[in-house]
Design a binder for this molecule. Structure first.
Ligand SMILES: NC(=O)c1ccc[n+]([C@@H]2O[C@H](COP(=O)([O-])OP(=O)(O)OC[C@H]3O[C@@H](n4cnc5c(N)ncnc54)[C@H](O)[C@@H]3O)[C@@H](O)[C@H]2O)c1
Ligand SMILES: O=c1ccn([C@@H]2O[C@H](COP(=O)(O)OP(=O)(O)O[C@H]3O[C@H](CO)[C@@H](O)[C@H](O)[C@H]3O)[C@@H](O)[C@H]2O)c(=O)[nH]1
Length: 329
């Protein structure tokens, strides 16, 4: 029995493929390569280039590869882009997810794991954020993801399918063995940008606002290592396969670091004192997003191995170095 990973050529999906293979599972990847890289998927893993919203294609992959579970990472992920192009985001994240879920139901798939996000909470009234807080996304990206959570909940009531929606906080770092990492040069994520600055690929970087109601005035985020996140999906899959019920869980460590603390860590670990400038606040950035993280530990027994900011930064830097060497070569 095989696991279908949509978006498996992307940043998080490629780490999931590695984790599944390391666990001895059969995998097939479906990715349209809009932001992913063919080279991120090992050559001995079956790869189909196509749209996860193509129901007939998905059904044929399920039949051909004997798929028993789907882990769905494919989607569009840049929050400000979703504000400029809401319909594009609803199309790729909601409409295509609907078609994927329909193909799963029609093919008798019993287990479905979905990449949700802390963005479903919007600007939460309290922090750390428990799963039971109001769901009030403030961007089309967050809404497009929440709509998929709702589709999964309703579908699981009506059909023989159980699901896990994992609400990721800020995903960062790279495979500790150097097999994958965040490859997109256009990435907007803080640790990726700071790593690029450390390697001289940017002349400087900016801090978006230092007048937030936080200890040093910059935003607080809960940075979770991408390999720990992949491990959480494996545990969620085992839970569903063992007959466990559907789940909606935060995936973070429950500790926040400020933008300044993250930049200091990148400077300290890289040994490079790159230029950092102050800029205006970026629209839509909540001051603090920190998970209440006990449920995932209790329900799935998740024991993250990389809960350490310097380790996350070291792995991100190591991957950035590999990327740079391969671009120069
Ligand atoms: N990176 C984060 O911090 C973060 C946080 C919360 C949630 N997420 C979610 O995790 C998932 C993976 O994010 P990522 O950071 O790896 O992004 P990514 O852009 O690296 O990966 C997305 C992958 O999906 C593929 N894709 C996009 N649309 C597709 C479609 N219609 N059909 C097939 N393939 C398609 C892309 O080519 C890419 O390989 C996304 O759903 C994202 O919303 C990410
Ligand atoms: O050059 C930069 C980049 C980022 N930031 C700040 O760093 C923090 C983190 O930003 P970023 O890494 O872009 O992540 P978020 O905007 O917090 O969003 C990420 O984390 C969310 C969950 O918390 C997910 O929903 C999103 O998909 C994912 O992009 C924010 O305060 C940004 O303003 C800067 O100051 N300078």
């Amino acid at each position: 029995m095989s696991v279908l990973v949509t978006g498996g050529a992307g940043y998080i999906g490629s780490h999931m493929v590695l984790a599944l293979r390391d666990a001895g599972r059969e995998v097939v990847v479906l990715d349209n390569l809009s932001t992913g890289f063919r080279g991120a998927v090992p050559h001995d893993v079956p790869f189909v280039e196509g749209n996860c919203g193509d129901e007939d294609l998905v059904k044929s992959i399920i039949t051909e590869h004997g798929v028993s579970a789907i882990i769905h990472f494919a989607g569009s992920i840049v929050v400000p882009d979703s504000v400029k192009d809401p319909l594009g985001y609803y199309e790729n994240n909601t409409v295509n997810s609907r078609a994927l879920i329909a193909a799963a139901v029609a093919s008798g798939i019993g287990h479905f794991i979905f990449s949700s996000t802390a963005a479903v909470y919007g600007e939460p009234p309290e922090c750390p954020i428990g799963e039971d807080l109001p769901l009030a996304p403030i961007s089309p990206y967050g809404t497009s993801k929440l709509m998929t959570e709702y589709m999964l909940k309703d579908t699981a009531r009506a059909h023989e399918i159980r699901f896990a929606a994992l609400r990721y906080f800020n995903v960062a770092g790279a495979d500790p063995e150097g097999r994958s990492g965040q490859s997109s040069a256009r990435a907007t994520h803080l640790i990726k940008i700071a790593a690029q600055a450390a390697f001289g690929m940017r002349r400087h970087m900016e801090i978006y606002g230092e007048d937030y109601p936080t200890p040093d005035g910059t935003c607080l985020r809960d940075y979770v290592h991408v390999s720990d996140l992949a491990e959480a999906h494996l545990l969620a899959l085992r839970h569903l396969e063992a007959g466990g019920g559907s789940l909606v869980l935060n995936c973070g460590y429950g500790r926040g670091y400020s933008v300044r603390e993250v930049i200091s860590a990148v400077k300290r670990v890289s040994g490079v004192d790159f230029d950092v400038r102050l800029a205006e606040r970026r629209a839509g950035d909540p001051p603090a997003l920190i998970a209440r993280a006990d449920a995932i530990r209790e329900v799935l027994g998740w024991r993250p191995k990389n809960d350490d900011l310097d380790k996350i930064v070291a792995h991100a830097l190591s991957w950035e170095g590999q990327l740079q060497r391969s671009n120069v070569a």
